[in-house]
Every structure is written in structure tokens, then in C-alpha cells.
Design a protein around this ligand. Structure first.
Ligand code: ATP
Ligand code: MG
Length: 269
């Protein structure tokens, strides 16, 4: 019988400990001042590669400012260090996707979803016609977010949930290394919200896509994030896995002493 023996090391060789991969983004002592006011104060946090990091906090606590600082829109003190690419050596991500809370253009404009993708992907005027590759790519992306065959639907006819999926599809092209989601499901009903967060989780798992997600919905944060950052008045009040953070003590640090949790039975929808 053949015996399987553990690998022996060469004499003199030292065993190297398996180091965990560095975070995709390492934020150290980050401070941002806007209009003469300190908005972020010495924020130190990691955005782990391939995980969903949630960012929670009261209105005005600095969540959107942190997202914008991460993509280099604001000057800051401190350090934001990226470890990108397959070998973690690239100092910047090739592409960053962004899903806003709402569409920045008027959704009542007479545009179809195809037009929206054409404007975003081909960067040429619509009157020159829409290249076939744009339609093919848009079709594929819409299928990815569960909206197959919707290319010719008018944007103003979409439900809130469908519109957010279209914005997600737009953020996935070109394929991002980091996806920022700023309250992506705010204002849509709880059924569509759940569908949206299920989709986010599916994309995270299938693509291994790193996500930083701002949300006020603590149930969704609990169910769909791996790590939670809590901002209070521009500073990190606490951070950790949802099971440790979504507790009365941590939430009162973030939202104030009178915060209460109401446990409820899950309902299937
Ligand atoms: N360009 C700016 N100049 C001056 N102050 C700003 C600027 N942008 C944001 N602020 C202020 O910074 C603070 C944090 O704003 P931010 O938008 O980051 O909060 P938030 O946590 O995303 O809030 P919300 O939950 O309402 O979206 C607010 O007091 C806001 O008024
Ligand atoms: Mg915000």
C-alpha cells in the first residue's frame, strides 16, 4: 500500500506563512475637508477584495464623501492605497463602477434603454446611429441583471426597481474591479429591494467583485454584507462583521443612545 506522507521541507528552508491577500483598498487616517468643514476624520478601514463592505451611518455622516474620496474626487489627508490586478501590485483599479441613488438625468427624457447604453458605451451622438456591438453588449448586460429583452423599453416606463437594475448593468461595463453602490435601492418597494440585493450578492459571488455599499437598510446589510463600517460625524464609530456590528451597543454608538433593535421573524416573499 502506498503511504501518503506530508511534504518534507528541504533542510534549511523556512516555511513561509500563507499571508491573506491585501485588501483591495486600504484607507489610513483619511481626513477630508470641504467648504472649510472637516467632513471625514481620520478614517481607517479596509475594503476587502471580493467581499461586500457596507457603509452605514446617519444622514450627513460622510458616507457619500467617503465613496468620492475613494475614487479620487476629493483631496484628502492620510492615505488610500490600492492593491489591484491579479497579483495585487497595481496602484489603481482599471475601472470603478458606480451605482447612484438615482439617475442624474431626467428619467422623463424620451430615451429607450438602448439609447441610454449607446450614450454610455459608445460615447458618440445618438443621431449617428447605434453601433450593433452596443446593442449586443447591452442585451448581454441586461440579461445579467434579470431584464432580458428590454432594450427598446422607454426609460420613463421602468419601475424604480427596474431602473436601478439598468443603472447596475451600466456600472458593470467596462467590467469594474471595484463597484461603489450609494443607496442603490433607496425608494423602491421591499420586494424589489430584496430582488436587487439578491442580485448584488449573486454578482459578488459569481464575479468575485469587490463592493462598497452604502445602505440605510440594516436588514439588507445584515443579510448581504461581509463587513460593516459605521460612520458617525465623519469618524469610524465601529466596524466588523454584521453579526458583531448589528447589535444594540454598536448601533447606539453609530446612531445614538436611543437606538433599539426589533427582532422579527423572517417572511418569505
Ligand atoms: N461639496 C461640499 N461642500 C461642503 N460640504 C459638503 C459638501 N459635500 C458634502 N458636504 C457636507 O458633508 C457632510 C456629509 O455629507 P455626505 O453627503 O457625505 O453625507 P451622507 O452620509 O452621504 O448623507 P446621506 O445619508 O444623507 O446621503 C454633510 O454635512 C454635507 O452637507
Ligand atoms: Mg449620501
Amino acid at each position: 500500500m502506498t503511504q501518503v506522507r506530508p511534504l518534507e521541507m528541504n533542510a534549511g528552508a523556512t516555511a513561509l506563512p500563507m499571508l491573506p491577500p491585501p485588501p483591495l483598498v486600504a484607507i489610513r487616517d483619511l481626513s477630508v475637508t470641504l467648504g472649510g468643514h472637516i467632513i471625514l476624520r481620520r478614517v481607517t478601514a479596509d475594503i476587502a477584495r471580493g467581499k461586500i463592505t457596507a457603509l452605514i451611518g446617519l444622514n450627513g455622516s460622510g458616507k457619500t464623501t467617503l465613496l468620492r474620496a475613494v475614487v479620487g474626487e476629493y483631496q484628502f489627508r492620510g492615505e488610500i492605497k490600492y492593491h489591484c490586478g491579479h497579483d495585487h501590485s497595481k496602484p489603481r483599479p482599471e475601472n470603478v463602477g458606480y451605482v447612484p441613488q438615482r439617475l442624474a438625468v431626467d428619467a422623463r427624457l424620451p430615451l429607450t434603454i438602448r439609447d441610454l447604453f449607446a450614450l454610455a458605451l459608445s460615447r458618440r451622438p445618438l443621431f449617428l446611429g447605434i453601433p450593433r456591438w452596443v446593442s449586443a453588449r447591452a442585451d448581454h448586460l441586461l440579461e445579467r441583471v434579470g431584464l432580458p429583452g428590454m432594450l427598446d423599453k422607454p426609460v420613463d416606463g421602468l419601475s424604480g426597481g427596474q431602473l436601478q437594475r439598468v443603472l447596475l448593468a451600466l456600472a458593470l461595463e467596462p467590467s469594474p474591479e471595484l463597484l461603489l453602490l450609494d443607496e442603490p435601492a433607496a425608494g423602491i418597494d421591499f420586494k424589489d429591494q430584496k430582488k436587487f440585493y439578491d442580485l448584488i450578492t449573486k454578482i459578488n459571488e459569481e464575479m468575485g467583485l469587490t463592493m462598497l455599499l452604502v445602505s440605510h437598510d440594516l436588514n439588507m446589510v445584515n443579510a448581504h454584507s461581509h463587513h460593516v463600517l459605521c460612520l458617525k460625524d465623519g469618524a469610524i464609530a465601529c466596524q466588523g462583521p454584521p453579526s458583531e456590528i448589528l447589535t444594540p451597543m454598536s448601533l447606539s454608538l453609530t446612531f445614538g443612545a436611543d437606538t433599539q433593535l426589533f427582532p422579527h421573524r423572517a417572511v418569505s416573499i
